[in-house]
Design a protein around this ligand. Sequence first.
Ligand code: KG4
Ligand code: ZN
Length: 342
Amino acid sequence: MRILGIETSCDETSAAVVEDGRHAMSNVVASQIDIHQAYGGVVPEVAARSHIEVILPVIHEALDTAKVSWDDIDGIAVTHGPGLLGSLLIGTLTARTLALTHRKPLYAVNHVVAHTFANFLIEPEPQFPLLSLSVSGNHSHLLLFESLLEYRLLGSARDDAAGEAFDKVARMIGLPYPGGPQIGKLALQGDESAFKLPIARLDNPYDFSFSGLKTAVLRALQHAVGADFRLHSTQIPALLTDQQKADMAASFQATVCQTLVASLGKAYTQYQPKSVVIAGGVAANTRLRQEVSAQLPITMNYAPIQYCTDNGAMIGAMGYHLALAGRTSDPLSLTTNPSLPI
Ligand code: KG4
Ligand code: ZN
C-alpha cells in the first residue's frame, strides 16, 4: 500500500510516498529556513504564504521521484495538528482537495505522534512496548507505545521545548536560526564543564522544563562579560570571545542532553520497553545520540537526520497504520487543530 504523506505544520513543506509504512520511496522537503533567518525565527504569515507557493510542486516532485502516478497512490495522509494554524490549513486544504479530485481515502495525522514513526522507516523495526523521546522546536514528549496506534504520554515540557531552548540560547551567543545544528557544531570546540548549569527537578520525573536553564545561561553570560542582569541579551554576543561562545554551546548542550536522558533512563527502568527511539529535530543532535547510547543498556538505532526534522515520510508512515485500522477522515469536513492533543 502506498500513502502520500503531506506535512506543513511549521516551516517545512514536505511530501513523501511511503510504501507499507516502512519504505520511503521519496521524501521531498522544501525548507523555509533562509526566509525566516532574517527574522531570527519563524514568522507564521510568511510561513503560510510560502507553503501555498511550493506545496503543489513539492507533491508533484514526491510522485516523480517515487516514479509513481496518482493511480499508484492508495491514500493521502496529512498533518492536521498541532502546529501553526495558517501553515496547517494549507496542508489540510490541499490534501482534502486532492483526496476528493483523485478519489483517495484521507488520513488525519497528529504531527507530534508521527515523529516517532520516522523510526519505522529504518532497519531494524522497533519492537513494542516502545519508549519514544520526541523532542522538537515546539514540543518535548516522552511517549510509551503499547502498539502502533496505542500510546500514552508519560511526560512533556512544562514550558519551553528542548529545540526552542536551543534556538534561544543560540541567539544569545550570536548564532543564526535554527540554533540546534549551529550549537552542535560550535560545541565541538568548547569545554562542557566551563559553565555549571542547573537541571530542573519536577514532581513528575518524565516532565521537562527548560525555561530556568535558559535564564541560567543568560545570567552566566552576563556574568562572563562582567555585566549584571540589566545587560540585554542582544548585546551579549558582541562582548563574548569565540572560546566563551563555544564553551557555552558545549555546556548548554550537555545539560539539555543530560536532562533528557535522565528522564528517558528512569522511564526505561520503570517500563522495561523492548525498544527505545528518539525523534524530532533535536534527535538529530550527535551529543544527544551519544548520551542516549552511553546511558541506556540497549542497542540504539537512529533515524537519518532528514527523518528527524519535519518531513512527509513520517506522516505517510503513520497514515499507513491509520489506513490498516480503517481510520479515515472525511475530506469535506476535516478540520485543523493548532493545539491538537496527543
Ligand atoms: O521537528 P522539527 O524539525 O520541527 C518542529 O516540529 O518543531 O524540529 C526543529 C527543532 C529546532 O528547534 C532546531 O533547532 C532543532 O529542532 N534541531 C536541533 C538539531 N537539528 C535541529 N537541535 C539540536 N541539535 C541538532 N542537530
Ligand atoms: Zn516536528
